[in-house]
Design a protein around this ligand. Structure first.
Ligand SMILES: Nc1ncnc2c1ncn2[C@@H]1O[C@H](COP(=O)(O)OP(=O)(O)O)[C@@H](O)[C@H]1O
Ligand SMILES: Cc1ncc(Cc2csc(CCOP(=O)(O)OP(=O)(O)O)c2C)c(N)n1
Ligand SMILES: [Mg+2]
Length: 566
């Protein structure tokens, strides 16, 4: 009868958007298509900022770094099958780097997929995602959308953050239900990332070990940056006087010119430290698994939210399981005044080595050979960026990454965004777009010319949204370098790219400002102007093709064997 026909209806699309908004999601990064184009339109209509990309991998990288910067899951949106797969590299990279994000993908009709009857873009996406993510869920009924979104967001952000896949079949998006009933299926997360406090005895064990150290060292990892407990990190380091080494994305947590920074005496610090405190840093390949280059008698204290991280590579003598802020609170509370004090002899020894290494670097930076080298171009970038401390630095490549990491000092937390734990190429434009979208601040993306190629088409996205992103390409005409030869025929060698490539004209074709720089002075002028203009710009730095080493600082990872070429 007319009385029981519900006056107002809702559908899957609306419930997804309502659930995201209810949980403070204000931006979605994606590529539209069947079955989610109308989802993007509706999100935009309801006040969620939708950023449309050219490839799902870049949208996913943007969502991941948005999660890292905001301590709130970034959201990526893709179509089914190929679009879903394109997003997986970023979802896996987020999981590897402990960045919180959710990839929502539309998927094909379950009854067709499960009988492999050949649906449009047929794929069992839930099964395909499982091995690469922190968790994967599928919503099979429209009334479960609210639960599915809440579960995906909480799983991404709580404990060790990571990438979560949420599969929503087309039929569920299109399903209709009474709005009053639908609203009751939505919920707002309460305390999505609960604090995890360490046990008092664990804190006392760590204090005792640190207090006994002759040559203590702190290693700050990107987990310490992510925790956004910046003052407590600084307080712990400065109150104990312990020298510290920042991992690349933890640079700026304390300013790189801090007197306790041992970054420029890293190898001496690792070789001689007798008690090492890892704060949100894993003893993985980036730290030689706690083996190569370390004092073999070193004892480790480790703060990590994931208990399984302990003993992953070395025995941990004082595991501190909890979130970094809660652990630092407990350490401050239970440490007696002066109980942990780094011996001044150790600090002086590291200080002397730092001074030596800084002087050597200054010499190399001052040189100005022609054709332009990495150092000259990067010193020019560093000197301009120093005048704009609010600038985000995105960085990828091999030499372009390793040399920039040492040349470009950071002074504020979470402003260096790079290839991270996985060493993945292709993060550049996605990270740059998200940093600009989320912060409104200027971004300088320092890219190897090969690395740039992985996401370079998003220059159009940067221009379309008029973002303040300046892409600085270290164009040495090759993967690692540009002077390799192919003696067998006239085709380019496997590592050769075009040093004559005019990347500066690429951005001009999309309405942005292009510059070509062949000297450090030209880099300075171009970057100064580009940052002043505040819009999309690209500076193609023409670097000597013979500059660079194979695989940069990690060439030792190349398997030996019977080499054919080099
Ligand atoms: N809020 C947090 N509190 C404690 N540990 C955290 C927190 N967020 C992330 N982590 C941990 O930080 C670690 C980050 O390590 P990693 O990515 O190897 O950093 P880096 O590469 O900079 O050394 C991970 O093991 C992760 O579990
Ligand atoms: C997804 C993926 N595919 C390939 C690779 C392997 C690689 C590591 S570094 C790099 C680019 C090096 O050349 P570039 O010009 O960027 O830098 P430079 O040394 O200054 O010349 C590649 C292709 C990785 N890590 N990830
Ligand atoms: Mg190159």
């Amino acid at each position: 009868a007319a009385a029981d026909v519900p006056t107002e209806l809702t559908d899957g699309y609306h419930l997804v958007v309502d659930a995201l908004k209810l949980n403070d999601i204000d931006t979605i990064y994606g590529v539209v298509g069947i079955p989610i184009t109308d989802l993007a339109r509706l999100a935009q209509a309801q006040g969620i900022r939708y950023i449309g990309f050219r490839h799902e991998s870049n949208a996913g990288h943007a969502a991941a770094i948005a999660g890292y910067l905001n301590k709130k899951p970034g959201v990526a949106l893709t179509v089914s099958a190929p679009g879903f797969l394109n997003g997986l590299v970023a979802l896996a990279n987020a999981t590897t780097n402990c960045f919180p994000m959710v990839q929502i993908s539309g998927s094909s009709e379950r009854h067709l997929v499960d009988l492999k009857q050949g649906d449009y873009e047929e794929m069992d996406q839930l099964a395909a995602a499982q091995p690469f993510v922190k968790a994967a869920y599928r919503v099979s009924r429209v009334e479960d959308i609210g639960r599915g979104i809440a579960r995906a967001l909480r799983t991404a952000i709580s404990g060790r953050p990571g990438g979560v896949y949420l599969d929503i079949p087309a039929a569920v998006l299109g399903a209709i239900m009474p709005k009053a009933e639908g609203d009751r299926t939505l919920s707002r997360l309460v305390d999505p990332a609960p604090r995890q406090l360490p046990a008092p005895e664990a804190v006392d064990r760590a204090i005792e070990l640190l207090a006994s150290a002759e040559r203590p060292l702190v290693v700050l990892g990107k987990g310490a940056a992510y925790a956004q407990a910046d003052d407590k990190v600084r307080q712990f380091v400065e109150s104990t006087g312990i020298p510290y080494v920042p991992m690349s994305m933890a640079k700026g947590l304390l300013p790189d010119d801090h007197p306790q920074s041992a970054a420029t005496a890293r190898s001496l610090a690792l070789k001689k430290a007798d008690v090492v405190m890892l704060i949100g840093a894993r003893l993985n390949w980036l730290l030689g698994h706690g083996q190569t280059g370390w004092n073999p008698d070193a004892k480790f204290v480790q703060i990590d939210i994931d208990p399984k991280e302990m003993d992953s590579n070395q025995p941990i003598s004082a595991p501190l399981v909890g979130d970094i802020e809660s652990v630092l609170d407990a350490l401050a509370e239970r440490t007696k005044p002066g109980q942990i004090q780094a011996p001044s002899a150790w600090r002086e020894e590291l200080g002397a080595r730092s001074a030596q290494n800084v002087a050597k670097m200054a010499e190399r930076l001052a040189a100005d050979p022609h054709p332009m080298q990495f150092m000259g171009a990067l010193k020019a970038v560093r000197d301009v960026v120093h005048q704009h401390p609010e600038t985000y630095i995105v960085n990828e490549g091999a030499n372009a990454l390793d040399i920039a990491r040492n040349v470009i000092d950071m002074h504020v937390p979470r402003h260096r965004l790079d290839s991270g734990t996985w060493g993945v190429m292709g993060i550049g434009m996605g990270y740059a777009i998200a940093a600009a979208v989320e912060s409104g601040a200027p971004v300088v993306a320092i890219e190897g010319d090969s690395a740039f190629g992985f996401s370079g088409i998003e220059i159009e996205t940067i221009c379309r949204y008029k973002l303040p992103v300046v892409t600085v390409i270290m164009n040495n005409g090759g993967v690692y370098r540009g002077d390799d030869t192919n003696p067998y025929d006239d085709e380019p060698s496997p590592t050769t790219l075009m040093s004559a490539a005019r990347h500066d004209l690429l951005i001009e074709s999309f309405g942005g400002k292009g510059y070509r720089a062949t000297t450090p002075a030209e880099v300075t002028a171009a970057l100064t102007e580009a940052l002043a203009l505040g819009g999309p710009a690209l500076i193609d730095c023409v670097i000597d093709p013979s500059a660079g080493t194979e695989s940069g600082h990690i060439s030792h990872l190349n398997p030996k064997g019977i080499t054919v070429g080099n």
